[in-house]
Design a protein around this ligand. Sequence first.
Ligand code: C2O
Ligand code: CU
Length: 448
Amino acid sequence: MNRRQFLSLGALALARPAVASPAQLRVAPARQPLVGTAHPATEVWAYNGTVPGPVLRYRQGERLRIEVENTLDAETTVHWHGVRLPNAMDGVPHVTQAPIAARGGRFTYEFELPDAGTFWYHPHLGSPEQVGRGLSGALIVEEREPPAVDRDLVWLLSDWRLDREARIAPDFMSAMDASHAGRIGNTVTVNGAVLESFSVRPGERLRLRLVNASNARIYGLRFEGHEPWLIALDGQPLEPRRLAGERIVLGPAQRADLIVDCAAPPGSRHRVIDDFYPRRAYRLLDLVYEGSARRRDFAPLQRLPANPVRQPDLGRAERLRIVFGGGMMGAMPSQREHRGVFWTINGKAMPEQHHDPAPLVSLKRGTSCVMELVNETAWHHPIHLHGHVFRVLAKNGEPASEWGDTTLIDPRSRAEIAFVADNPGDWMLHCHVLEHQASGMMALVRVA
Ligand code: C2O
Ligand code: CU
């Protein structure tokens, strides 16, 4: 091998991280220092011993095959959020599979990955507690020809409610959280640790994959001193758009792919601020420039290749109106009759233990569908549909033109989504504030 071949192999290896995705995910308690060494390590629930779980990386079109082993004292499942997979692999207990039994149950997930993009995985059973104790991880599906970047990074954002000893507060599903904005914590971690700073090299181009794996917290991130390009939402490409001063808003379960060109001077520091909640703005971390300047012109960005998602036929689409109701200051179900049920979809609540539920809507396979999602409550709801990717036609009073699997609807506002119901099975439609989901805000969409 000559030097030139060696160098180009080196470049390939850099672009494609050497870590092979594991063939097994073991669900077990673990300890991890979430808030640094001044505090004791936190007892968490983890996939393969770390929070978040391992970053799973595949190429578009590859098959994922992972055996999940559950050593917890609780049943679990794994849902592969945003992946258009066969219904039996979707990880919804009592709908697509039996729960993976406590203390030793196993289940093998195996499916093809049709779409490139940033996805994630998490339990779909007792999720307020299971995700809240740390069970989540990123699933990256690389494009066949990914854009050239110096580093391809994941920032998985989790939100924790910790006490002074850095222990997780065990008050999951309190009526207060469930009937209001969900369980919003007091500590935000990036890839499982509170980060003071994140070092970048002057002149490098980063692909930054943001995943909101929090139970309920919404983020509104600003990169001071930078103008990142937004290139994909929920893994689905869009025309690259420069975020000049504009913040990137991510509801629970949403993802964004950014290209960050590190053009600031060596030695400089720049805050990344989260100011989604007006009176609770904080600094997530500092981007710190380390190393000497490498002169660099940043090449113009191409739009990522589209995924093979079918375009809905808007003219002939079936139109459905889906109304989200309930919650504090709203039409909440009577607590005398339905204790702990706070939310409804079209007037009905689906309980967490949903054995044999009836579908809310049934669609003939292949139909285009336009859903008007009406939020009649005083709270935000990130609404997620399984098994499909939808086009967002409008949201929060503005026309939109993006694709996704989760859309964040403002209080007393609405969104319009369109998709082709081309994946047969019973699919969940639910709010991804996990405390809302578990207290009624979910339903089934049948495609047959
Ligand atoms: Cu990410 Cu039904 O969930
Ligand atoms: Cu909600």
